[in-house]
Design a protein around this ligand. Structure first.
Ligand code: BJW
Ligand code: ZN
Length: 241
């Protein structure tokens, strides 16, 4: 199976890679769903929404402060490095990520289409200013903007639109690629998950890398069952040899 996937990638003119939380699992960052997905007793759906933030900004910020601390200590793993290597060797390779942890950047990937934002950026709820902030832990919660307004994470929450330019670039990458490699996502969050059927409908081969079955497993061209940290380096090595 891996040799078929390798052949498809080797022969592809345009490659797109879409990653989810599973690609960072081996860096010690908990995914959102499945074992370890809860913080205290909350699911992402309970905290990652404008309504949850309006109800209890301190609670939502405590969740982010906890995650920022984990992410700050984490290092890119062999899967992030293999993707960066593939992108360097093949300029025609677009990386789309749902992750906000910045580990693809730290592994050396470039021009990353970050669908759901960035955990190291803040946005003012009053004046909409955006700025980077890497302080861990935050000195006070909720953090403030210079204008005195309350800051929120510059992350796309449930019910909010994805950044339009980034989303349209991701759509066009999915619709024009010859191969879409889908790594470490449960493929349940939309519109990101819709890139998978879009790519397939436009004629791309879709390869999934995930230790578990997902709702798209039955409709992809090839399922590679295993961890990203084991499979991606093997794929990159055989493609780039
Ligand atoms: C491994 C591994 C290893 C483990 N190696 N793999 C259509 C149908 C139904 C609902 C909707 C729909 N369209 C829109 C919606 C609503 C909603 C949605 O999708 N809801 C569903 C959950 C039901 N979507 C939205 O609200 C989106 N916005 C929107 O649609 O706006 C419309 C609009 C237009 C115009 C005006 C206004 C509105 C926004 C979605 C934002 C998602 N944001 C989050 C942020 C969380 C907070 C944060 O990061 O700080 O993004 S939610 C969370 O889920 C996060 C992730 O990026 C996202 C996806 O999760 P992911 O990456 O797939 O992780 P997991 O944990 O689910 O899966 C991990 C996988 O890894 C598993 O499969 C493991 O097996 C695997 N794995 N170890 C490889 N070692
Ligand atoms: Zn402000």
């Amino acid at each position: 199976m891996i040799s078929t996937a390798t052949d498809w990638i080797r022969n592809a003119k345009l490659i797109a890679i879409m990653t989810g939380a599973g690609v960072s699992a081996e860096s010690g960052i908990p995914a959102f769903r499945g074992a370890g997905g809860l913080w205290r007793s909350f699911r992402a759906e309970d905290l990652a929404s404008p309504q949850a933030f309006a109800r209890d900004p301190k609670l939502v910020w405590e969740w982010y402060d906890w995650r920022r601390e984990i992410v700050a200590k984490a290092e890119p793993n062999p899967a992030h490095h293999a993707i960066a290597l593939l992108q360097k060797a093949r300029r025609d390779c677009t990386l789309i990520t749902q992750n906000v942890d910045g580990l693809h950047d730290r592994a050396g990937s470039v021009a990353i289409l970050k669908l759901h934002g960035d955990i190291w950026r803040m946005r003012c709820t009053r004046c909409a200013a955006e700025w980077p902030d890497r302080r861990v832990p935050l000195p006070s919660i909720p953090p403030k903007c210079q204008c005195g307004g309350m800051a929120r994470p510059a992350i796309v929450w449930f019910g909010e639109p994805l950044p339009p330019g980034i989303w349209s670039s991701a759509e066009s990458a999915a619709e024009t690629c010859d191969v879409l490699l889908v790594v470490g996502t449960s493929a349940v969050v939309y519109p990101a998950a819709s890139l998978i059927p879009s790519a397939r409908a436009a004629g791309a081969k879709v390869i999934e890398v995930n230790p578990e079955e997902t709702p798209v497993s039955g409709s992809v061209d090839c399922s590679l069952r295993g961890s990203a940290g084991a499979i991606l380096p093997e794929l990159a090595e055989s493609i780039l040899q």
